[in-house]
Write a protein that binds this ligand. Sequence first.
Ligand SMILES: [Zn+2]
Length: 175
Amino acid sequence: MPDPTGFPQTYTDSYKHIWAREEPQLHDVCQVCGVAFSQRSLWTHDENGKAVAIPAVPASSLDVARGTSDPVTSQIETWLRAQFEQDLADLLAKAKEYGSSDLVVMGKAMGALVPSAAGNQAREIELAIGHYALGKVSRLFGAWEKGQNPTIDSWKDLTAYSMMARYVRANGEWA
Ligand SMILES: [Zn+2]
C-alpha cells in the first residue's frame, strides 16, 4: 500500500507520528509535525500536520478509590503509565510480526512435548508463547554469565509475550 504521506520506509506510531526508521531514537523527530521522539506521547498532530497536545490522562477510578497521594506509588505509577503507552505501540508492532499461523505451528510442536495441552489450540499457542519467553530468559542469563548487562529489549520482549499470552487466554486465539 503506498504511504499517503509520500515518505518511503517509514514507521507510524500509535500517536500517528511518522518516523524515518522503525526503531526511532530519542532525537529523531516526527516527519509531519516535528515532535521529538522523547515527547511523542505528549503530542499528536492534526490533519494539517500541526502538533496538538494530548490531554492529560484523567484520574482513574483507581486514584479515586485510593484517595491518597503516596509519593512512591505515584512515582511508580507515573513511570508505568508512560511505559504502557510505549508498550502498546511495541505490542501492536509485535502483533504484525507474529502471525497467528506461526504461533499455531509452534504450538503444535510444543503440544507434542506437553500431551495434556495437545489438541487444545489456545493452550498450544500459550505454550508457543511460553517457549519464546523462555528463549528471552535464556538470553538474560547468557549475558549475565558472560558478565554483561542484558539488553533491555529482552525484558521488553518478555512484556510483549506476557501480554500476548494474556490476550490468548482472554480471547482463545492470537489476533
Ligand atoms: Zn507527528
